[in-house]
Write a protein that binds this ligand. Structure first.
Ligand SMILES: Nc1nc2c(ncn2[C@@H]2O[C@H](COP(=O)(O)OP(=O)(O)O)[C@@H](O)[C@H]2O)c(=O)[nH]1
Ligand SMILES: [Mg+2]
Length: 266
């Protein structure tokens, strides 16, 4: 079973293009699939598009009447997936602006089946890249990824900011059990939650891999909702929380105990 999670904020144009491609992936993969969309207070026709969509697979919609941001939305989506699934199943989270092509999911799933817990679609692997990204945004993204690699080195990981990832459901269920409400702690800080998930899963000893991925920004119909100032503030806040000498994540006894238990396979 595979659950695809879609955070949606004003994506009325992209959703009808993307949803059939996800359904096609499910058919090709020959597995049962569920799509869960969180419509996060969209002010455009996202709700109507979802209601009218003639889904060929199970499509669930979580609705936030007020826009709560990507952190709250991710939290709701991952908690729902962990209710729907068993440990052996697969969770894939992607943007719904049609810049993440579902055809990459085949290789992501294969890597999970090889024994990884988290598989990242990475622009920075050989064969990966991005189309239609402005030079300014490419520079910001490169610098942010370098900064994250230095502060939060994870073996095998170069792509920290792209949200297109596949997870073994068991590792997410464990993270929610261990961290509870703090799995995604930095909720009001834009896209920081994308980095936080990686760091929290690293604490639990998850095994990471990347596949080469081409970001198709040239297909983006909606405007970007990334606010770089808020997200940068979030990254800095996370660095403080992680490295804080008195009870920071790195030395937090509860987290260390969870990591030991994960290593022991309990
Ligand atoms: N739920 C929710 N989703 C958001 C919000 N902002 C962005 N998103 C979604 O998160 C994903 C990433 O946003 P996007 O604009 O594509 O960022 P970019 O790809 O970095 O330019 C998209 O699927 C958006 O619809 C938000 O405030 N709430
Ligand atoms: Mg996007």
């Amino acid at each position: 079973m595979i659950v695809v999670l879609l955070p949606a904020y004003n994506e009325e144009e992209s959703l009808p293009v993307l949803l059939p491609k996800i359904e096609q992936f499910f058919a090709e993969a020959g597995e049962g699939g569920i799509i869960v969309v969180c419509n996060d207070g969209s002010t455009d026709g996202t709700a109507d598009v979802l209601k009218a969509y003639p889904a060929r697979v199970r499509l669930e919609v979580i609705t936030h009447r007020i826009n709560r941001g990507l952190g709250e939305t991710s939290r709701d989506l991952f908690e729902r997936a962990s209710e729907l699934l068993e440990d052996k199943d697969v969770i894939i989270r992607m943007d719904c602006d049609d810049t993440h092509d579902p055809s990459f999911m085949h290789l992501m799933k294969k890597k999970l089946d090889e024994g990884h817990d988290v598989v990242i679609a990475s622009r920075f692997q050989e064969g990966g890249g991005q189309r239609g990204v402005s030079a300014y945004r490419a520079l910001v993204s490169r610098s942010a990824n370098l900064f994250m690699k230095i502060l939060f080195p994870i073996s095998g990981v170069r792509e920290y900011s792209c949200g297109f990832r596949a997870y073994r459901a068991g590792v997410i269920r464990r993270a929610i059990r261990v961290f509870g409400n703090d799995f995604i702690q930095l909720k009001g800080l834009g896209f920081t939650c994308t980095l936080e998930k990686l760091v929290k899963l690293r604490i639990l000893g998850a095994r990471f891999a990347e596949i080469p991925f081409v970001l198709r920004y040239d297909r983006k119909l909606s405007v970007s909702k990334m606010v770089s100032s808020v997200t940068t503030l979030g990254y800095l806040t996370m660095a403080v929380l992680h490295y804080w000498p008195w009870g920071g994540w790195r030395t937090n006894p509860r987290f260390l105990k969870a990591a030991r238990e994960a290593r022991a396979g309990s």
